[in-house]
Design a protein. Structure first.
Length: 463
């Protein structure tokens, strides 16, 4: 019986080159494995399927497979088919590591900015989703208010006031599809107001700088010293400043009280805005909680928050508490489009109002503190020349390295399949403070069972 193309097996794009079909096919497959296009464990088509696809003899494919099995590029087992072998990747030649480069398939991930996704409270979230779905009014499934569901804005107002000291009128809360989206909207509003320059921290998320640049704004770095960011006297051209005052990212300091007061006074004097990124304000270990900057002047400070660190970034749940005069302008920039899923908003509202969010944050705080303590202990025992800073709060630590060693450590991490960022990735190109050699270790990312292995991999690459 003639077989159709539909049941001949899996597809593989390969172009035999060079003299002879067998040698050309062997070289093409070897190159696909060597360059990583065919990753370890990938199952290849049967010799019969690939021969039919290429229009060549089945024996030619079988012989090419056999050659690559003998060389160690492929493996062949009865019942499992032919697969790409698990081969060690050769270390690249010595030289400076490309900025921000990470392994394609890291075994351990110590990049900052992501929580332990394995700890997402699935059972509690499911219960909240069921309650939300059963009690949701019919109109909740329509287009709705572009500010977001009133149930969530009310719940957020109560939580932010209680836990973060934010003056939060539900009418002035905008639920956003991620913090980056909120920052993009604010960038558009600032540009429409005639603002051309935003002052940012010397060390900060380059993604945020890129978003402001995409909105047509120039970013200029604020001074940075041993006490952290100094926003007390932003450049004259600046119409706004972007800060992480509760836990500066990535250096880890809280903004000093005198500097908090100074930047708010500057905003009042000049009519400028302060954009407060409160990205992991809930996580503190060895210090009292630091209240939100917005509490000093709700008319001059925009408070930005997100559930991405406490719960999961995939929820795309974030919020902005806006000064009253700014609300209509932001909604106009948003073009009155709906925000994220109404059901997710209602679920999060249930999660907040019934205390599940508080319980989850407190449990996560204990878990992350244990990881941080294990990191400090391991450094003292295995890398005593490396000092951890910024560890009183947050989900990451900055490890200060001997001068001139940052790039070699990041490169060694790449060879070890360890995803690790150097501090230079977060430095503003125009920053004037002397550069520091350091790596930024996110201890929230690995699941609990993988933390010990990630810590061991880290210590192997440190000086």
């Amino acid at each position: 019986m003639t077989e159709s193309w539909a049941n001949l097996g899996i597809d593989l794009h390969v172009e035999p080159t060079g003299p002879g079909l067998r040698r050309g096919l062997t070289d093409a497959l070897r190159e696909a494995v060597r360059t990583g296009r065919l990753t370890p464990g990938t199952r290849l088509p049967s010799s019969r399927t690939l021969a039919a696809d290429l229009g060549i003899a089945r024996n030619t494919v079988a012989d090419a497979y056999a050659d690559l099995v003998a060389e160690g590029w492929l493996t062949a087992r009865q019942g499992s088919g032919t697969r790409v072998a698990d081969r060690p990747v050769a270390a690249p030649p010595a030289g400076p590591a490309p900025r921000g480069r990470i392994p394609a398939r890291p075994v351990h991930d110590l990049r900052p900015g992501t929580p332990d996704l394995a700890s997402f409270p699935r059972a509690e979230w499911l219960r909240a989703a069921r309650r939300a779905l059963l009690t949701a009014p019919h109109e909740a499934f329509g287009y709705g208010d572009p500010r977001g569901r009133p149930e969530l804005r009310q719940a957020l107002a109560g939580y932010l006031s209680r836990a973060r000291g934010v003056h939060a009128d539900p009418a002035r809360i905008l639920v956003c599809n991620g913090a980056a989206y909120a920052l993009s909207l604010l960038g558009a509003v600032l540009r429409a107001r005639g603002v051309h320059t935003v002052a940012v921290e010397s060390y900060g998320l380059h993604i945020h700088r890129d978003l402001l640049t995409a909105a047509g704004l120039r970013t200029v770095p604020l001074p940075f010293d041993a006490q952290g960011t100094d926003p007390s006297a932003p450049p004259e051209a600046a119409g706004a400043v972007l800060l992480t005052p509760a836990h500066q990212f990535p250096m880890g300091m809280a903004l000093r009280p005198d500097r908090r007061a100074a930047v708010v006074d500057w905003a009042r004097r000049t009519g400028a805005l302060v954009l407060e990124d409160d990205y992991d304000g809930e996580f503190r270990y060895d210090r009292q909680p630091v209240g939100a900057l917005q509490g000093l002047d709700p008319d001059r400070v925009v408070h930005l928050g997100t559930a991405s660190k406490a719960l999961a970034p995939g929820l795309r749940l974030a919020w902005a508490v806006l000064p009253a005069p700014l609300l209509d302008e932001v909604l106009a920039a948003k073009n009155h489009l709906p925000t994220c899923s109404a059901l997710d908003q209602l679920t999060f509202a249930e999660f907040l109002t019934r205390g599940a969010y508080d319980r989850h944050v407190r449990a996560a705080r204990l878990r992350y503190r244990r990881r941080r303590d294990a990191l400090v202990t391991a450094l003292a025992a295995r890398a005593p020349d490396v000092r951890a800073t910024g560890i009183a709060a947050g989900l990451h630590a900055v490890l200060l390295l001997p001068p001139g060693t940052e790039q070699s450590v990041v490169q060694a991490a790449t060879w070890q399949n360890l995803a690790l960022y150097g501090l230079s990735l977060f430095r503003h190109p125009e920053a004037t403070a002397p550069p520091l050699d350091a790596v930024v270790v996110g201890y929230g990312t690995p699941p609990d069972h993988a933390w010990a292995g990630a810590l061991d991999a880290l210590c192997r690459v440190l000086p």
